[in-house]
Ligand binder design. Structure first.
Ligand SMILES: Cc1cc2nc3c(=O)[nH]c(=O)nc-3n(C[C@H](O)[C@H](O)[C@H](O)COP(=O)(O)O)c2cc1C
Length: 220
């Protein structure tokens, strides 16, 4: 499964079977280490750790039987990086046959057995496991509501937008705007809870759809 297929097949999954994550552990760990090297984040894999999702109680918030998660750990100001690298891990997990859901609210941060360095905190987590179902596609805003273009829409930009529309966002809010100017693109979060995490996720999807060789990000 390539990354574009993983983007199409990924949906939020909140109910998991009892199957343990064993064979996939090494590949996930390797990808986490690579993400940490590139980003300076301190992402940690927590397996067979049910406490953050209600211990042995089957349900916690909307979650059922969640015993595994990826904790995105970093200093203040790392929201976008957590979104970007976290989504890289989400799509890697999808390729390995696992299901995921980003979780900003409904988990217990203090119960996660993570080792934090000075100044770091758990910014957000990704629930992980074998889903009881594969989830279902989210409703999406129209592409033209989420982008601004200078002249005709280039084919690569359209493909980037299609991938961005499939990105998970908090409460499916899709609070972002992507602007094209020649071969320069900017992606901005609109004011909303978690929209800085969302923008990192959306940027990772856009790069995969558009092809990173076709454009440059305009950074502020
Ligand atoms: C930054 C972020 C935070 C989220 N927090 C939660 C959460 O606390 N609880 C929850 O059940 N889902 C949470 N979600 C999952 C979204 O509700 C879900 O991704 C969205 O509805 C889109 O659906 P999809 O992932 O199936 O495409 C979060 C998603 C993101 C990106």
């Amino acid at each position: 499964m390539d990354l574009l297929e993983a983007i199409k097949e990924r949906h939020a999954v909140r109910s998991f079977t009892d199957q343990r994550i064993e064979g996939e552990k090494a590949s996930l760990q390797e990808e986490i280490e690579e993400c940490n090297r590139e980003s300076g984040l301190n992402i940690q894999l927590c397996l067979d750790e049910p406490k953050a999702f209600g211990g042995m109680r089957a349900h916690y918030g909307k979650f059922e039987n969640c015993k595994n998660y990826i904790a995105l750990i970093g200093k203040t100001g790392t929201d976008e990086a957590c979104g970007y690298y976290g989504e890289r891990l989400v799509l890697k997990a999808q390729q390995l046959g696992l299901n995921t859901c980003w979780v900003g609210m409904t988990y217990s941060k203090s119960k996660a057995p993570c080792i934090l360095n000075k100044g770091e905190k758990i910014q957000i987590v990704i629930a992980l496991g074998y889903g009881k179902t594969a989830g279902k596609p989210h409703k999406s805003k129209d592409m033209m509501q989420l982008c601004k273009i200078d002249g005709e829409m280039a084919d690569w930009f359209k493909k980037g937008m299609e991938a961005a529309l499939l990105a998970p966002t908090a409460m499916n809010q899709q609070k972002f705007i992507i602007t094209q100017n020649g071969n320069t693109v900017s992606a901005k979060p609109l004011p909303a809870f978690f929209s800085k995490f969302d923008i990192g996720i959306v940027k990772y999807h856009f790069e995969i759809g558009a092809g990173i060789e076709n454009f440059e990000w305009k950074e502020d």
